[in-house]
Write a protein that binds this ligand. Structure first.
Ligand code: HSE
Length: 369
């Protein structure tokens, strides 16, 4: 077992007496990479199995007025990452052996330029892995640049898989920080996809420096269905972020803050009508992005006319997300939204009706030998 020295203090590693802090100490809550930290010697963990497989769900970021600070996970759609100990890979490194799925050819196998690879490397660094080489295989279940947190799902699944193979030493916030490195490189420093992809449910990002994440519990007895309508159109997050204003007017700030507050209250109360109303209310980001997605304004109108409680752009788009309380009604709403994309935007689209994923990224398989 090799010994390494690093700045991270995963909560379940034993901290030397002289550096122990109380659980109320913010250093234990989140941003564990403060440069002023005294390095702490950690034993490099051994792998506890030879391979693991992890799944991470799709996510809906922003939820209307919550640009970069609100998001939720949706079930049944996502990416899967398998990690194996591989003696052919240089110790301390990771190699991407395979990428499968419809868009596999568009993704790079260089781990430094692949979302799953970047997050996996970060987790290996946090754990101080030097003696073991890993190989990674990615099954892309989500379309690229779709607004469903495709890059976040790859990163989250990879982070959870690498953590899993070494015995789950890192906590949720460290996994979010590792996945954020990947988001930063490919689209921008925003955690509203990676945090819910890892934690499941609704998540509020209260601050980035230090990272402070607040899970918002949606009542389990309530039915909430997301109608996700994804057109055949790519909207790269970087481009969609470049379209945003650098300054906003005070009335818009006041309006969006009040709507984001209402959205949080509605989630906690399980008030679907309130949630839908707040989701539809963004006056800052959606008005700049919707015109860049052919047919989006008509799609929103069609969703609301078909009885959705609310509708907006999912993440940076082009997927449109509407909310309802009934699966059959969700399918009907989806049909109207697909028609509107075709009629007004000349875009083919497909609709999925999904529920909230309350679990987040998880290990789904492990092999000992
Ligand atoms: N908050 C990010 C954005 C999410 O809207 O740019 C991207 O999926």
């Amino acid at each position: 077992m090799a010994i390494c020295c690093c700045y991270y203090t995963p909560a379940n590693f034993r901290i030397p007496q002289s550096t122990q802090v109380s659980s109320a100490d913010p250093r234990l809550r989140c941003n564990l990479s403060l440069p002023s930290r005294t390095p702490i010697s950690l034993a490099e963990p051994d792998p506890i199995c030879t391979s693991v497989k992890a799944f991470a769900p799709a996510t809906v970021a922003n939820l209307g007025p919550g640009f970069d600070f609100l998001g939720c996970a949706v079930d049944g759609l996502g990416d899967t990452v398998s990690i194996s100990v591989d003696s052919k890979v240089h110790p301390g490194e990771i190699s991407i052996s395979n990428i499968s799925g419809d868009n596999a050819k568009k993704l790079r196998k260089d781990p430094l330029w692949n979302c799953a690879g970047i997050a996996a490397i970060e987790v290996m660094k946090m754990l101080g892995i030097r003696s073991v080489g890993l190989s990674l295989s990615l099954e892309k279940g989500l379309p690229l640049g779709s607004g469903l947190g495709s890059s976040a799902a790859s990163a989250a699944a990879a982070a959870v898989a690498v953590n899993g193979i070494f015995g789950n030493k890192l906590g949720v916030e460290e996994l979010v920080l590792a996945s954020l490195k990947s988001e930063e490189k490919v689209s921008g420093y925003h955690a509203d996809n990676v945090a819910p992809a890892i934690m499941g449910g609704f998540v509020l990002i209260r601050s980035y420096e230090p990272l402070d994440l607040i899970p918002l519990k949606f009542p389990s007895e309530k039915d909430l269905f997301f109608v996700l309508v994804c057109p055949d159109f790519e909207a790269p997050t970087k481009k969609m972020r470049a379209a945003l204003p650098t300054e906003i007017a005070m009335p818009h700030h006041v309006w969006n803050c009040s709507q984001a507050g209402a959205l949080v209250a509605s989630v906690l109360q399980g008030d679907l009508v309130g949630l839908g109303k707040a989701l539809s209310s963004d006056k800052i980001v959606e008005p700049k992005r919707a015109p860049l997605i052919p047919g989006m304004e008509a799609v929103k109108k069609a969703a609301l006319e078909a009885g959705a409680f609310g509708c907006t752009i999912s993440g940076a788009g082009p997927t449109a997300v509407a909310v309802t309380d009934n699966e059959e009604r969700g399918k009907e709403i989806g049909k109207h939204m697909v028609e509107a994309f075709f009629r007004e935007g000349n875009l083919k689209a497909c609709a999925n009706v999904k529920q909230l994923d309350r679990v987040g990224a998880r290990l789904i398989n492990s092999t000992k030998h």
